[in-house]
Design a protein around this ligand. Structure first.
Ligand SMILES: *[C@@H]1O[C@H](CO)[C@@H](O)[C@H](O)[C@H]1NC(C)=O
Ligand SMILES: *[C@@H]1O[C@H](CO)[C@@H](O)[C@H](O)[C@H]1NC(C)=O
Ligand SMILES: [Zn+2]
Ligand SMILES: [Zn+2]
Length: 563
């Protein structure tokens, strides 16, 4: 039944800070910073057993380390330059691998800790870029020279071996691509590779096919596209066992640094050459050879390729989760999905957000209209677990993440009057009935019959304590029903039709990991956590309505998980 693809990488780290005194970064900067630092290994994932809190000091140290790695001034503060660096396109592998690594991090090249037992490796391309239009031969040629750069500096050699059995399988993929590390569309993460090992995926190298991959070695600035050769040299470094380096000029720096010149003339920077030699040794000169250069297999000559620069599609701006004002909220298979504009956040049954950063709705729910602006309401149908999206005067039916043929249909097919839009929809856990809301009225709907019940609409005021014009409503697995509007939410216990006292409360604070958001209620509820009046200390473990996750899919631990 549950076949939603695993989504995204890091867990949000719960940040514990007093109310923002002067000089503190805003909540938005803070959560962006914390999410980034967690994703790339500078902050530990939240400890599922202890609900470990991130201290201000810990954050300082992490920021400082990130700044050091990136060659920025080490202030320990999430300043503009630091946040701008976090916006740079980069490799999606973490910079810091494991906490012990964190302690003995050197300036020089770093090893992942795994290495191929043989010196002759095979490679093969499984899929090519779709969108960027870089011709296949050019892709193969660029990859060939990217591997050659490593071969020339070490005792390694590479042979192209078509088929799925090669050591290094290269693919261009979008979004979810069956390894649990989905790509994120244009910009941000560009590619990743798996360290050497026994697992079939070891050595495999994936490029985000929503980047605009180009070949334009003369270009000095980035812009207009991402240089495939430069990124391939970097990723193959991982596939051979090198981790990220903080050395200026190293190809193993995590950030994309633009084109690196003509592929057939490219030489590895000294730091990277040294790094690969310590893993695989230097090239051995054969008797009679007067140059270390090995004859290389015939390949089309790179310099004849014309520069290739298609235009880039812009990435839709991501909304801020701490502003709440969601378009739709739904309980789907026990997880809560918060939709806003073209994005959504996903909360697992243990009430942890899968990521603080939103995912793009159309990449997940394939078949929504391409000009999607906002979704009005979403719910999981009670009779067959299909997922219903309401947008304007129409509804779409999904089986898991695929749209059913015949969608969309007009809302009037459900027995609703002409001109109605469904702004909130939920199945009440108390009686299993479906309720559809529009501003100040609601209908009870029979999922089996596919029609509204007689005697409706009725006024929203029958649900005591909530205003009209709700954003959306969910029944949650604690048996309660939650009504959302703007930045507030109300809880209805069990079958009660009256909001619990102490509500409304702040939705960003209680659902969206936004410490310091305005609290809607003066009296913190039992789940709301409490703050010392002095602001020096806070008990943020209660800031989330429930315990922290009991799972450890902190995906970027891929180096260990797949070894
Ligand atoms: C390998 O490196 C040597 C210099 O160390 C250079 O002369 C030779 O052209 C390089 N060969 C390739 C294929 O990069
Ligand atoms: C569930 O109900 C809808 C009408 O709301 C109907 O079209 C659909 O076929 C039903 N599914 C099952 C499995 O009964
Ligand atoms: Zn990398
Ligand atoms: Zn991948």
């Amino acid at each position: 039944m549950l076949r939603l693809p695993a989504l995204w990488l890091g867990l949000g780290t719960l940040l514990c800070l007093p109310h923002s005194p002067a000089g503190r970064p805003s909540t938005q900067r803070l959560s962006k910073g914390v999410d980034w630092l967690t994703r790339y290994g500078y902050l530990p994932p939240p400890d599922p057993m202890q609900a470990r809190l991130q201290t201000e000091e810990g954050l300082h140290d992490a920021v400082r380390m990130m700044q050091k790695f990136a060659g920025l001034q080490e202030t320990g503060i999430l300043d503009d330059r630091t946040l701008a660096m976090m916006d740079q396109p980069r490799c999606s592998l973490p910079d810091i691998i494991g906490t012990s690594e964190l302690m003995r991090r050197r300036k020089r090249y770093a090893h992942s800790g795994s290495v191929w037992p043989v010196k002759e490796l095979t490679w093969s391309v499984r899929s090519y870029p779709q969108a960027s239009g870089l011709p296949r031969d050019h892709v193969r040629t660029l990859l060939f020279y990217a591997l050659q750069a490593w071969a020339n500096a070490s005792a390694l050699s590479f042979r192209e071996a078509p088929g799925a059995g090669a050591d290094i399988l290269v693919q261009f993929s979008r979004s979810f691509h069956e390894d649990g590390y989905p790509f994120d569309g244009p910009g941000s993460t560009l590619a990743h590779a798996f360290f050497p090992g026994e697992h079939p995926i070891s050595g495999d190298t994936h490029f985000d096919d929503e980047e605009t991959w180009i070949y334009d070695p003369q270009a000095t600035q980035q812009g207009g596209g991402t240089d495939l050769f430069a990124v391939a040299v970097h990723e193959f470094g991982h596939a051979l066992g090198l981790a990220h380096s903080s050395t200026k000029g190293s190809i193993m720096m995590p950030y994309y640094q633009g084109p690196v010149g003509l592929p057939h003339l490219y030489r590895l920077p000294p730091d990277d050459a040294l790094g690969i030699q310590t893993l695989y040794g230097r090239r051995q000169l054969h008797p009679g050879e007067d140059s270390p250069a090995r004859p290389i297999p015939t390949q089309p000559r790179i310099p004849d390729l014309p520069p290739h620069r298609p235009t880039q599609q812009p990435r839709p701006p991501a909304p801020d989760r701490c502003q709440a004002h969601f378009d739709a909220i739904a309980n789907i298979r026990g997880e809560v999905f918060f939709f806003k504009k073209k994005h959504f956040w996903r909360m697992q049954p243990a009430r942890n957000l899968v990521s603080l950063e939103p995912a793009q709705t159309q990449r997940f729910w394939m078949g929504l209209p391409p000009d999607l602006g906002a979704i009005d309401a979403v719910y999981e149908r009670s009779n067959d677990s299909k997922i219903i999206f309401f947008i304007g005067q129409h509804f779409w039916v999904f089986t898991d993440t695929r749209v059913d043929p015949g969608s969309p249909r007009p809302i009037t097919d459900l027995g609703l009057p002409e001109g109605v839009t469904v702004e909130a929809a939920f199945v009440w856990g108390h009686n299993g009935k479906t309720y559809l809301f529009e501003s100040s009225h609601y209908w009870r709907f029979d999922d089996r019959a596919g029609n509204v019940e007689p005697g409706y609409p009725r006024p929203v005021t029958l649900w005591k304590g909530v205003p009209a014009g709700l954003d959306d409503i969910i029944s949650w697995n604690d048996g309660s029903t939650y009504f959302f509007k703007g930045t507030q939410y109300w809880r209805f216990l069990g079958g009660s039709v009256e909001a619990e006292s102490g509500y409304p409360r702040s939705a960003p604070q209680d659902w969206m990991y936004c410490p310091g958001s305005p609290t809607a209620s003066p009296a913190p509820g039992p789940r709301g956590g409490s703050r010392e009046p002095g602001g020096g200390q806070c008990l943020c473990s209660g800031a989330l309505p429930g315990p922290l996750p009991a799972f450890l899919t902190w995906a970027l631990a891929l180096a260990w998980a797949l070894r």
